[in-house]
Ligand binder design. Sequence first.
Ligand code: PLP
Length: 378
Amino acid sequence: MDFETRAIHAGQEPDPSTGAIVTPIFQTSTYVQEAVGVHKGYEYSRTGNPTRTALQRCVAALEGAEHGLAFSSGLAASDAILRLLSPGDHIVIPHDAYGGTYRLVARVFEPAGFPFAPVNLSDLGALEAAWRDETKIVWIETPTNPLLSIVDIEPVTRFAHERGALVVVDNTFATPYLQQPLSLGADLVVHSTTKYLGGHSDVVGGFVATKDGELAQRLAFLQNAVGAVPAPLDAWLVLRGAKTLAVRMDRHCENARAVVAALQDHPAVARVLYPGLPEHPGHEIAKRQMRDFGGMVSFICRGGEDAALGLVAKTRLFALAESLGAVESLIEHPAKMTHASVAGSPLAVDPALVRLSVGIESARDLTEDLRQALSSVR
Ligand SMILES: Cc1ncc(COP(=O)(O)O)c(C=O)c1O
């Protein structure tokens, strides 16, 4: 079945007891057993819950995976993956990784005995230079948050696999509609479902998808043993969001193109970072690896940090807020907001940078809002 059909039907058969077409929110912690150990497949909701099962089947189907595991946040999903390692194992992360991924690796895992290296994954030479015998995970993010750089998943995966390491791709920005890393050889895909998969700024969640049965089993063990599972309502909200992912992404991409056109020649804008631009260093890879270029746009203000901070205070439709990937357009200042956790580290971002999550409102209203805000910071 095609993507759009899987999004609406995978894991979502009508409820057998009532015929309800929508998977119910199974708001229950436990399940009555007919006799000790005789039950319908569910014992306790940390271990398994039917609403979560539906979500896991659906998003796994969207990623072309056999197995999916839902978590209470994107970082809880990332944490579960990193717990597959043993102390002494070395982790490679992108040199412009999402700040929360960096914080998890640098401040939780490294002190516990897991060394790491931030590497520019567009450069296989840099990856080779950073490689150690102990390197066990290469963590790819593409496009990256907030710089929107692109990593060529296939060659990095080949390189890592030849040396016995696993490859994880954070697919939050692209979503499975635009990019399917497992088909390019990656072992694990991780998501913050808080973003495009949920799509409506009303839930925090995470997800891991894989084709590998053994990895899935180890992750299911961790999901239950550590317990960072989504509540039934949260699983239901992500499942509902996923149904409209394709149509929303098409509109996000279309609106992002309109926003880029409005920013590109504006005198207050020094540089637009968007993989859809032919001059973007990852443009050709993105064209090959993605269906479209996504709804995230970043840019550098010519007037530096003051202009960036002035601009984010002036938009009316673009709301000043962290997060991304929902129907509403958002604007933010990464250096002081989402990426404050990397301040002073090698991953620190330019204080003149502004990040937009372009929503699905009218493109004309969005571009007019940006123009009026930009005119005040020139
Ligand atoms: C690319 C990326 N990965 C992971 C995360 C973490 O997800 P969550 O906030 O759901 O824990 C985020 C959150 O912004 C993100 O942007």
